[in-house]
Design a protein around this ligand. Structure first.
Ligand code: FDP
Length: 327
């Protein structure tokens, strides 16, 4: 009997993949690799806690609000602690921008990288056992190591990202990331406690048939958005909206589609955050052959002026984004 039939290969573990591809990164000194490993480790801890939600008292609201005035869930706070702790201890990051904190956190160390993170995206889905996610962007600091962090280190355009990724806590848990050399996806094997390469070199179909948008707010969409939705229906596209950005994005990445969160009467600049939601996903979309736009131009070219800045967001298959924003 062939030995491969009794001992199937497990594939490439994330650590091995990061190490093998370290040379692709122009500042290949190992810190970025370590940073990705720190994020992966924290995500495994968060994953473990999410899997126990319902059994222990970590569901429901904290009774406090985040920067957007939204109710903080216990798991939002817990995930923020896990990622902050991992990145602080790792020593590679000098500053952390998070959805859960008003100002950036100066980690007061010699780290070369600035991290923007949404520790737990899709909060409204936590308590109902629906997919949620983590989104992260990694930038190189601009100021010299040893000097205080400056605004230029923090408010960088998305095109300055050196890596970005997300973790999807779904029917399986996946980590998907890019360092600007394509997109690779890893599935968590709970029995090994490892992320294993399952989706090498991911590409998004140029065109798709899925549109993802909260149509409950359609009365207050701009006419161009209403027209695009009509176009989707006239062409028999299918609507899919989980309400967790990471999960909606991931599905559309695999199958082809568009996710839209436009300006609404309630959120006149859109709801999503440029620095720790849209930039990372726009970078991944572009690396996979897709597009990310604010309705007027490329998301990655927007100069942020504040940490928690919001933006309208159109992301996904190139032809669909072009169609949606040309009106
Ligand atoms: P949530 O508020 O539940 O955290 O990041 C914000 C976000 O979720 C996205 O994940 C999601 O796509 C969107 O908001 C859902 O907003 P609506 O409920 O307004 O559709």
């Amino acid at each position: 009997m062939e030995t491969s039939r009794i001992a199937l290969p497990i594939g490439t573990a994330l650590d091995r993949f990061i190490k093998n591809n370290q040379d692709q990164f122009q500042y290949a000194s190992g810190e970025l690799s370590q940073l990705l490993r720190d994020i992966a480790l924290a995500s495994k801890v968060v994953n473990r806690e999410i899997n126990k939600a319902g059994l222990i008292d970590i569901m429901g609201a904290m009774g406090s609000q985040n920067m957007g005035g939204e109710q903080q869930q216990k798991l939002d706070v817990l995930a923020n602690i896990r990622f902050t702790r991992a990145l602080t201890k790792g020593g590679e990051a000098c500053a952390l921008i998070s959805e859960e904190t008003e100002s950036y956190v100066d980690l007061n160390n010699q780290g070369k990288y600035v991290i923007a993170i949404d520790p737990l995206d899709g909060s409204s889905n936590i308590d109902v056992n629906v997919s949620i996610g983590t989104i992260f962007s990694i930038y190189r600091r601009k100021s010299a190591i040893g000097l205080p962090i400056t605004e230029a280190d923090i408010l960088q355009k998305g095109e300055q990202q050196v890596a970005a990724g997300y973790i999807l806590y779904g029917s399986s848990t996946m980590l998907v990331y890019t360092t600007g050399h394509g997109v690779n996806g890893f599935t968590h094997d709970p029995s090994l406690g490892e992320y294993v390469l399952s989706h090498p070199d991911m590409t998004i179909p140029e065109h798709g048939r899925i549109y993802s948008i909260n149509e409950g707010s359609a009365n207050s969409f701009a006419d161009e958005v209403k027209e695009y939705l009509k176009y989707c229906k006239d062409n028999n596209y299918t609507a899919r909206y989980i309400g967790s950005l990471v999960a909606d994005f991931h599905r559309n990445l695999l199958k082809g589609g568009i996710y839209i969160y436009p300006a609404t009467a309630k959120d006149v600049n859109g709801k999503l955050r440029l620095m720790y939601e849209c930039n990372a996903l726009a970078f991944i979309a572009e690396q996979a052959g897709g597009k990310g736009s604010d309705g007027k131009g490329r998301i990655l070219e927007i100069q942020p002026t504040s940490l928690h800045q919001r933006t309208p967001f159109y992301v996904g298959s190139t032809k669909m984004v072009d169609q949606a924003v040309r009106r």
